[in-house]
Design a protein around this ligand. Structure first.
Ligand code: ADP
Ligand code: MG
Length: 255
């Protein structure tokens, strides 16, 4: 089957008056429908840059990005982007916030409204629809941000360290929560994180990047025996520690 996303030999550098900062070098990979990919790499290596290219915010300097076999400019593939900050507006209610993307893209129809209603209900936010973001916990806000992103029915979700602003305890719970929703909604996701545990517990494959300019060093497929795998269960799975050690080692050797 044709991959949802394919990167071929991507290079990117930032240019400024003081010179050139190479950020990505020779990056190639494919992502198939339904996969959950985690990208890990040292801070400042180029992870966010990579997502910006996939989203189309930055053009690659050389190389090709294909969405379902089409170049970005000819593609109709909807991509959702979620960042560390939830970017919910305090002057809008939760309902008005989750409808925002649809409103901007002029896609409010009975069907899209129903989809949002259903997600608010399924994911426990119906009761808070008329609340302001500040009345919700960090985890609930992140869930609202995800529903807003999913409302546009994206085929591919890009998540840039979406949990890193949360405290440790909340972070594990929210990560479990958000990745379960993504799986239930049968989405394809690319999660950028610097947290190895987060990567191993959520992903089908972990991509390890080198320090800047980022190259794709290794891809580690994650297999857990547990039948109904959730991030929380994965953290307690016997395989978890081996993966952790393996990825840790990969990240800390300059081979
Ligand atoms: P990461 O997300 O892995 O922490 P980034 O992709 O944000 O890394 O950045 C990669 C490198 O590119 C960093 O060294 C950063 O300083 C540099 N960089 C990021 N954005 C810009 C920019 N707009 N102009 C110049 N350099 C930038
Ligand atoms: Mg970043």
């Amino acid at each position: 089957m044709e991959p949802l996303l394919e990167l071929r030999d991507i290079h990117y550098a930032y240019h400024s008056r003081s010179g050139e900062t190479p950020a990505l070098s020779n990056i190639s990979f494919t992502v198939h429908d339904g996969e959950f990919i985690a990208i890990v790499g040292p801070s400042g290596c180029g992870k966010s840059t990579l997502l910006s290219l996939i989203f189309g915010l930055l053009p690659p300097e050389s190389g090709t990005i294909l969405l379902r076999g089409r170049e970005m400019k000819d593609s109709h593939t909807e991509i959702g982007y979620m960042l560390q900050k939830d970017h919910l507006f305090e002057w809008r209610t939760i309902y008005q916030n989750v409808m925002l993307g649809l409103e901007i893209q002029k896609k409010i129809t009975p069907e899209t409204k129903e989809r949002v209603e259903k997600m608010l209900y399924t994911y426990g936010l119906s009761r808070f629809r008329d609340c302001r973001p500040s009345e919700l916990s960090g985890g609930m806000r992140q869930r609202a941000a995800l529903i807003r992103t999913l409302a546009l029915d994206p085929e591919l979700l890009l998540l840039d360290e979406p949990f890193s602003a949360l405290d440790y305890q909340t972070r594990i719970a929210v990560c479990d929560d958000i990745s379960s929703i993504i799986k239930e909604e049968h989405r394809t996701a690319i999660l950028v994180t610097h947290d190895l545990s987060e990567a191993i517990s959520t992903a089908d494959r972990v991509f390890i990047l080198t320090s800047r300019p980022a190259t794709l060093k290794t891809i580690i497929p994650i297999h857990m025996e547990a039948v109904d795998r959730t991030p929380l269960k994965s953290r307690n799975a016997p395989e978890f520690k081996d993966y952790f050690n393996k990825i840790w080692k990969e990240m800390n050797t300059n081979a």
